[in-house]
Design a protein around this ligand. Sequence first.
Ligand code: NAP
Ligand code: HSE
Length: 445
Amino acid sequence: MSSRTIRIGLCGLGTVGQGVWKHLSANRSALEARLGVRIDLAKAAVRDPRKVRAVTVPAGKLVADPLSIATDPTIDIVCELMGGTGLAKDVTLAALHAGKIVVSANKALLCEHGAALFAAARKGGGRFFFEASVAGGIPIIKALREGLVANRFKLIYGILNGTCNYILTRMASEGAGYPQILADAKRLGYAEADESLDVEGWDTAHKASILAYLAHGVWVKTPHMIVDGITQITQADLKYAATLGYGIKLLAVITRDFERNELFVRVHPTLVPKDRVLANVNGVFNGIAVMGDVVGTTTYIGRGAGQDATASAVISDIADAIVLLTTGRDITPVATTAGVAELLSVPVQPLRLSPLERIRSRYYVRTTVKDRPGVLAQIATVMARNGVSIESVIQTTAERPEAASLILTTHESDEKAMRATLNALGRLKSVVEKPLLLRIGDFSE
Ligand code: NAP
Ligand code: HSE
């Protein structure tokens, strides 16, 4: 082992930070032997240094100012594990400007400011590593940028939020209520500090943006995506979906049309046929299917949130950072569209974001209607007028008096026709509750 000591500063010692502290401390000797250096957990910054924590941090190592770690010339690697896009951005930029390596788990920051962070790293001579930002302990960033570097990616889709998958799984299997399950997800350290990021789909969208960047070299921001969360899904939907042969999963879907040079990024609850691998990825687990033109489909499954899984990903970045510091060996850079065009000496074709209404899918519609003669015919007429073909209908008694729940599935249609259908259904006097629209995802694996 060389006599070199690598000094690490953790900005944030919450769920993830404490996991990193705990596992780096426990496995220090093995990591030091593998990497050939001494590792010093030099400092940690927190908001409240008096808070009782599960890890013991020696006096003098705990500070209240994360910027002091980012700018400390004796710190080699800064781990930003606070979250948010305010102070976290300042800390990350300060460290990158100072030429340091930043390891981050912050997907919201990357989606919002990824281009600026990479530009700051290039300018300041720093590096930005972010394995923990997508899919917890699954090394999906490494897979896309290293293992699958030979491929072009027509389709990437998957379950990217552990909290939502945990909630949907327990709602389906136990019939437990949503508030209780969400409280458990928070207690277990799966949910974001602001849990609306999870359940409204934004966290999945941030992760989809990062995967789209890795696969296609462009940053897609959330206003250019469809982003629907799981808050409208009821236990009844999960039951009806199961009767129809599906599970409901919150999926990110990233589709590239190479002929038109277009990209779609969308996030929505999706009915997945029960015999598909992803329909059986349950609890806090995430699952991602990546279709490469050379390798075919590869699928990755593992814990997508929580202290230990996320610490595993952060420590893998720390190990890459140490290799870079000691040998100069860098990880494979992201292949930007401009970079690839330059390599091949072809003009850069700007990648367009496809109009979202062009998405084609089969659909599930749940609505509550007055239980009167002729109502089903009215619904069918509205759908027919919009060119939407019904595949199946289930009618059951609704909780309201003299009302019925209607669950329809359609043959393949497009977003534009479905939105027009939903608006028209919402205007019918016989429809007593706003209809819910879910997509049916029949991706071949
Ligand atoms: P957390 O438990 O809320 O921890 C946040 C930490 O940051 C706490 O130690 C907090 O200090 C510190 N902090 C917050 N604001 C600060 C400030 N102004 N000054 C100094 N310290 C400050 O969050 P987490 O779950 O560990 O998540 C951290 C990051 O990892 C987020 O970006 C999150 O999206 C990401 N992530 C989380 C998971 C997961 O499963 N939890 C998985 C992947 C990625 P106090 O302890 O004193 O409050
Ligand atoms: N809140 C996130 C989730 C943490 O539940 O997936 C992991 O990124």
